[in-house]
Ligand binder design. Structure first.
Ligand code: FES
Length: 218
């Protein structure tokens, strides 16, 4: 397998290992041809370049083109390339949960994964939940938004709101696996998300309400 070919590693396009190998080889080749620090001028389709690469990501059900460098994180691609600013850069190592999005149905920290690794995998951000990130704390038709967002509004489960999109996506992933979760399980399941404003006392009842609502069919 040519390690620089994005399309040569199954549906996902490229493995992290192959990509790192490929980008290293590409960087070495570029340094030889163009000199160190220079960016290759030509970018062949499906080949990793040391400069910008146009890739297609499946975000919120749409195929979206975005220019990324090999080092670009998914969070940077979403926020800077696609103007989807719900996921937040709160911590560089993902320990705050602020950049949580769903990748292939699983919660991931968007700032801990490269955009190139996400090719071919469905990505869902808070903007894809039927409302938008400002809707969570704004004056909107509450009935139009996702039940988790609605519960956060009803329980006033956000103050500055910076952590809220990450919490909401973590709740979506948690409840998808644990639709009948108890309060204790909810507390444990969400312990990877931090809130500087300390809204935990409102977040937990909000999630309990979502479980009850699902049970009652509302
Ligand atoms: S509401 Fe401010 S950080 Fe959570």
């Amino acid at each position: 397998m040519n390690p620089t070919e994005l399309s040569a590693h199954g549906k996902s396009g490229v493995s992290r290992r192959a990509f790192l190998k490929g980008s290293g080889a590409a960087a070495a080749a570029t340094a030889l041809v163009h000199g160190p620090g220079l960016v290759a001028e030509e970018t062949k389709p499906n080949v990793v370049s040391v400069g910008l690469n146009t890739i297609t990501l499946d975000v919120n059900g749409k195929q979206q083109k975005v220019d990324v460098e090999p080092r670009t994180t998914l969070l940077e691609a979403l926020r800077l390339g696609l103007n989807l600013t719900g996921a937040k850069p709160i911590s560089v190592d993902g320990s705050s949960g602020g950049s949580t999005v769903l990748l292939g149905g699983k919660p991931v920290s968007a700032n801990s994964i490269l955009a190139l690794e996400c090719i071919g995998k469905p990505i869902v951000t808070v903007e894809g939940l039927g409302g938008n990130s400002t809707a969570i704390s704004g004056e909107i038709a509450v009935g139009a938004i996702d039940p988790v967002c609605r519960a956060f509004v009803n329980h006033d489960a956000s103050q500055c709101g910076f952590c809220t999109p990450g919490f909401v996506m973590a709740v979506k992933a948690f409840l998808a696996k644990n639709p009948k979760a108890t309060e204790a399980q909810i507390r444990e399941g969400l312990n990877g998300n931090l809130c500087r404003c300390g809204t935990y006392a409102n977040v937990i009842p909000a999630v309990v309400d979502v479980v009850k609502g699902a049970r009652n069919g509302s």
